[in-house]
Design a protein around this ligand. Structure first.
Ligand code: ZN
Length: 253
């Protein structure tokens, strides 16, 4: 497996939260250990953290560009939360079906270290929406919480994330036993974006007949499903948007 590891912030003007500890220092420590552990287990880990950026947007764009250019299998963005010193625990973000399964698995391992589970949430963060592979963002814990910072150890956190991604054993691939099917209920078009078909160039649209189509991954976005195909047979693209009013994503065991 090839992982893209994004150590949140660490790229001025993209700097993280300041709590009892500085988020940038924490994400770098966890990410560095995580890359080492994945490599030690025989996987490839690409550091997607940029060093120079003109803006926060540019910093985020460089991270997703690097993951996409390297064709990583899973993208992992590491962050730490901050509130008012009163909140504590771990939360993970993921927007596609496959990503949410990975996020659950990672969260479960971190919670075993003693952190409070705040669940897997679905928020369309830039790095989740602009990566072409399953992607998760982990808020490891709160950098302004004494409870969390007393419990936190960068190496143990990285170990838990690695276990969540690759399993306890070195040679067990991540359990992805779920299959997804896109059911087209009414003849419709596959589109490169969620824009109305009439506003898109005709050559970017691809007709699709009613039926069941196996897909690799899906997420809901602005009344559409974004779907990832197993190949490029449909309009020479491996991902499309399809209007949710004409389709349904079904999970099959
Ligand atoms: Zn952050």
């Amino acid at each position: 497996m090839k992982f893209g590891i994004d150590m949140g912030h660490n790229c001025p003007p993209d700097t993280g939260a300041t709590g009892i500890k500085q988020e940038d220092v924490l994400t770098k420590a966890v990410g560095t250990h995580l890359i080492q552990k994945l490599k030690a287990a025989g996987h490839t880990a690409v550091d997607c953290t940029p060093t120079k950026a003109s803006s926060v947007n540019d910093s985020l764009r460089q991270r997703t560009d690097k993951a996409n250019a390297n064709n990583v299998n899973v993208f992992v963005s590491i962050h730490f939360n901050k509130f008012t010193g009163t909140a504590h625990g771990t939360e993970a973000y993921a927007i596609s079906n496959v990503s949410q399964g990975i996020a659950q698995s990672v969260l479960k391992e971190i919670v075993k270290l003693g952190f409070n589970s705040r669940g897997v949430k679905n928020t369309g963060f830039f790095v989740l929406k602009n990566t072409q592979m399953p992607a998760i963002l982990i808020e490891c814990c709160f950098c302004d919480s004494k409870t969390d910072m007393d419990l936190f150890d960068a190496e143990k956190m990285a170990e838990a994330i690695a276990h969540g991604l690759i399993g306890e054993s070195d040679d067990v691939p991540p359990k992805s036993d779920k299959k997804y099917v896109l059911e087209i209920t009414t003849k419709t078009v596959l589109k490169p974006s969620t824009e109305q078909s009439s506003d898109l160039p005709k050559e970017s649209l691809f007709d699709i007949e009613p039926g069941d189509y196996p897909i690799l991954d899906a997420r809901f976005e602005e009344n559409h499903y974004w779907v990832k195909w197993p190949d490029k047979s449909k309009g020479n693209r491996d991902e499309h948007f399809v209007y949710a009013g004409h389709s349904k994503v079904i999970e099959k065991d």
